[in-house]
Design a protein around this ligand. Structure first.
Ligand SMILES: Nc1ncnc2c1ncn2[C@@H]1O[C@H](COP(=O)(O)OP(=O)(O)OP(=O)(O)O)[C@@H](O)[C@H]1O
Length: 484
């Protein structure tokens, strides 16, 4: 204020100060303040983002840990690739056989029968009807309805499964596959189950759910993971399986198991035989037959006695007994899919046989079907395997983590079975039932040895003659015991 009482701005008024130049690059004060404010905001945003990112990654790690909560089951990273393209280019098949060895068959022309009729989902819809629930998309909204016995298993209420999994707690997550999260649960009769909470989209997951429930519900076999029930309420679709408590084969083959694998040669062959029996039952013991379509090591669950149980029938489709069919969408896992299925979508049990051949190679070698971390010539298991057999280096194929080597004849037999399974001509591949016998025949002496034994002993024991006796199952509509 001036003496006269009038307002006279002093030299040091705030606006003047703001517009005065500072020593910092001769910028005016308000600009410097602006820059400082901007810096402070940026730092704040950066810190906020950093904290959020850290929290997310911690969550992910926690989830990874609970995946295999027993701690005894080795962890592996998985690469699941769904092949969607219906690539009809047979060149990809020709490229398959690159080694040019005369011992191996030249790829043959693949005839695409476009007129083949798609025959999926022919199960008759018995499963959910007998339970009085509507698994086909119509919702079973009455949560209070008691769980029902549906002949082959049970219809579970959502509430029951919520209780069983303690509210679908993260701690109970066993793992996550392409079709949803799998939880460990204890249902009210005290039994432990695996609850597969299917993704809730209206498309594939629901379709697969119907297929699984209708086709697989009644299938019972020692080497197949049993479906013990399901839940269909509102948009929720869940499958309840028997719980298999020793992880899956992929984890034991490719996880960190130390310098010596607990999977000895004999255990590996036992796993291969059990898996083959499970698949043989699907192909040859059921009418209509079931093609698995996604045979791979992560779908082979193991119990504490190393008994294998083939899981994940989400991709299975029912087939008419004589028919093969063309699907509009090729599904399966990269590295295991047969060339004809990948290139034409033609599907029959021969595709499973091919995948089983790859699985057997994986069991023998301990190597993944595709492994980009290996040298160029070894990335593709099939190519490397064929090359090694062709150059008579079969012994080098055996997983170095196997301590006690197999006998040369046991190894030779297993290698030959692999090669027969991946024959490019699907018609020449053996049936799963034959593979069971070929693998089991390894327990018995070869003919030449039998002959020399007979010469020594004219009255051989019964066991010596078993190898000559090969019986095949009749299609009797589901006698699982035949294959046990
Ligand atoms: N019945 C079961 N008992 C114990 N563990 C199971 C059972 N079913 C699945 N799992 C485990 O849950 C995890 C997810 O299985 P899921 O079958 O959903 O997917 P995946 O086989 O890993 O992949 P994909 O969906 O491509 O087949 C795997 O680690 C599997 O071993």
């Amino acid at each position: 204020m001036s003496d006269s009482g009038e307002y006279a701005p002093s030299d040091n008024s705030i606006p003047d100060k703001l517009t005065s130049k500072t020593s910092f690059l001769s910028l005016k004060l308000y600009i410097v303040i602006g820059i400082l404010l901007l810096c402070a905001v940026s730092v704040f945003v950066a810190i906020f983002l950093f904290i959020r990112l850290k929290k997310n990654s911690r969550n992910r790690i926690v989830k990874m840990r609970v995946k295999h909560s027993s701690g005894l089951i080795p962890l592996v990273s998985k690469e699941i690739v769904e092949i969607k393209a219906l690539d009809r280019n047979v060149n990809s098949v020709k490229a398959e056989d690159k080694i040019g060895n005369k011992d191996f068959k030249e790829p043959e022309e693949i005839k695409i029968e476009i007129d083949e009729i798609v025959k999926g989902g022919k199960g008759g819809g018995g499963g959910e009807k007998s339970g009085g629930s509507d698994a086909s998309g119509g919702s079973r909204s009455d949560v209070s309805v008691e769980a029902e016995n549906i002949g082959w298993g049970r219809w579970y209420t959502l509430k029951e499964l919520e209780v069983a999994t303690r509210g679908f707690a993260e701690d109970n997550i066993i793992g996550e596959g392409g079709y949803g999260v799998v939880y460990r649960g204890v249902v009210n009769d005290g039994s432990v189950v695996a609850v597969k909470n299917l993704l809730n989209n209206k498309g594939q997951a629901e379709k697969e759910f119907k297929v699984e429930v209708e086709a697989i519900g009644k299938v019972r076999h020692k080497n197949l993971v049993g479906l013990v029930g399901y839940c269909a309420e509102g948009a929720q679709r869940m499958l309840v399986y028997e719980y298999v408590d020793n992880g899956n084969l992929e984890q034991w083959l490719h996880g960190d198991v130390g310098p010596v694998s607990p999977l000895t040669w004999d255990i590996r062959m036992k796993i291969a035989i059990g898996t083959a029996k499970g698949l043989a039952y699907l192909h040859e013991g059921l009418e209509p037959k079931v093609v698995h379509r996604d045979v791979k090591s992560s779908n082979i669950l193991l119990d504490r006695k190393w008994i294998p149980k083939v899981s994940d029938f989400g991709l299975a489709k029912l087939l008419g007994s004589e028919a093969s069919y063309v699907t509009t969408r090729v599904m399966g896992t990269f590295g295991y899919v047969s060339p004809e299925y990948a290139s034409t979508g033609m599907l029959n049990e021969g595709s499973d046989v091919y995948s089983f051949g790859i699985l057997l190679m994986e069991i023998i070698t301990g190597r993944s079907p595709i492994d980009y971390s290996r040298p160029a010539g070894e990335m593709n298991l099939v190519d490397w395997f064929k090359g090694m057999v062709a150059s008579r280096r079969g012994e080098e194929l055996v997983d170095p983590l196997i301590e006690v080597q197999p006998s040369p004849r046991a190894l030779k037999r297993a290698l030959l079975i692999c090669l027969r399974c991946i024959d490019l001509d699907a018609n020449k591949r053996p049936k799963m039932g034959q593979i069971v016998h070929m693998l089991e025949a390894d327990d018995f002496p070869f003919r030449s040895e039998l002959r020399s034994a007979r010469e020594k002993d004219p009255h051989p024991s019964r066991a010596d003659n078993v190898s000559a006796k090969i019986t095949y199952p009749s299609k009797n509509g589901g006698d699982g015991d035949r294959w046990r």
